[in-house]
Write a protein that binds this ligand. Sequence first.
Ligand SMILES: Nc1ncnc2c1ncn2[C@@H]1O[C@H](COP(=O)(O)OP(=O)(O)OP(=O)(O)O)[C@@H](O)[C@H]1O
Length: 226
Amino acid sequence: MSHELPLIQMQQLMLRYPTGKVALSGVTLDIPQGQFVYLIGESGAGKSSLMKMLYGGVRPSSGQLSIQQIDMRQASEAKIRNIRQRTGIIFQDHKLLFSRTVFENVALPLRVQGWKTDRLIPRVRKVLEYVGLADRLWSYPEALSGGEQQRVAIARAMTANPTVILADEPTGNLDVDTASRVLDYLMDLNRQGTTVIMATHDLHLLESHPGRVIQLHAGSLARDSL
Ligand SMILES: Nc1ncnc2c1ncn2[C@@H]1O[C@H](COP(=O)(O)OP(=O)(O)OP(=O)(O)O)[C@@H](O)[C@H]1O
């Protein structure tokens, strides 16, 4: 049994938006390094809000959230940036930059970390090879299918070797086979040691690709398969 502290710890976590809406309350759970976690729950249950907190997009209103031993309520902006650099993020609408090539999109997290172009090229090529798109290095995203764009988003999320990947509805707009392929990549990254947390409505994926299932309901923890 591992004696390492969990990667993510939540204690009575609460998030209230400035509008007064309480999106999450009383959430207590730990996520150890290396797990594959599904976040499920009805629309408005709080999945995206929790994801946002996990990359420092919003801070908890009360309770505790620590990520890699950093207290996300008190952390400086520099510490939050540091957490973000160790986090790969994939969204449903992939948020690729359509005015930039596939290469530039995937290189972005490394450029933020100050990598020079000559070092970047082999790394970007390698992650694009991994998702089967090495021949599209110089394409623009609009020339790719939805599934291919989502694979570029996976390549971008993994390029800086993140500790954790947060995927918010990454298969939302994809057909069943393409969604299953996206999951295969995420599961494979997980087998290599990356913690993956994925919010989804695609419950059939849970059967073909099993993982820990955390269900939120109206901002509270409703079920944890652990
Ligand atoms: N920026 C915001 N300001 C105020 N309220 C918000 C904000 N973002 C989300 N909410 C509210 O917080 C609650 C939780 O929303 P959230 O987006 O986390 O749910 P979700 O489970 O991800 O839903 P979906 O499956 O539809 O994406 C909802 O009632 C939503 O309207």
